[in-house]
Design a protein around this ligand. Sequence first.
Ligand code: SF4
Length: 254
Amino acid sequence: MMQPSMRNAYLDALGIDRWVPRQEVVPGGDNRDNSAVAAGAPSPVISAELSRLSPPGTTSIPADIDWEPLREMVAGCIACDLCKTRTQTVFGVGNTRADWLIIGEAPGAEEDRQGEPFVGRAGQLLNAMLLAIGLPRDSVFIANVLKCRPPGNRDPRPEEVARCLPFLSAQIALLKPKIMLAVGRIAAQNLLATDAPLARLRGKLHTFGAANTPLVITYHPAYLLRAPADKRKAWEDLKFARATYARVTGGGNA
Ligand code: SF4
């Protein structure tokens, strides 16, 4: 568990007031029924629902794929033109038995170099945001909608998202998260199949898939670096996500 002094230091780094929870969350706990996870099998219910994100004609992934074959599929993917400009694919990182799934937009320059999502300054801020609610980076799973970097950090194109979303769908089906936190407009809009602005998507509880997995929306840390005044609103989102997680797990651990 993170020491209170360390949490306070992260909250100070975020520039937000300290929050004293009624009940401490012990990070790294695993509250799921592990039987299905151990078998490595995606939930049929979630898999069926996720077909919405994987329409016919897009990247085809075996329904019973496991983590390593999926990782290899992503590494060798040439389904869209981003394969021509990437240094490497960025599959995702973290605990494959995590309750929390953090979903961002796409790799940036540093992520493309290192092969890991959310590194560099935005990654440091995301780590601080997660730690502020008691979640060390290695206790969650972090992935992006796109696995390859769009040149110049431009927005993903619809055809690129369509080709790549099946990979995220497979990751969700394997992980079976208890809660999902989408950071930024691109991730939120694609998960919710909407073009509503981020301001209308924040501050309310969404659900994802037939399993009704709770989905909370907040700002992308790269945006918060440019607009630090909104860190306070992001903190409200994080507290909301943490409270939601505690509710759905009966006050369980992260
Ligand atoms: S962005 Fe996704 S679909 Fe496009 S080449 Fe990379 S892994 Fe494949």
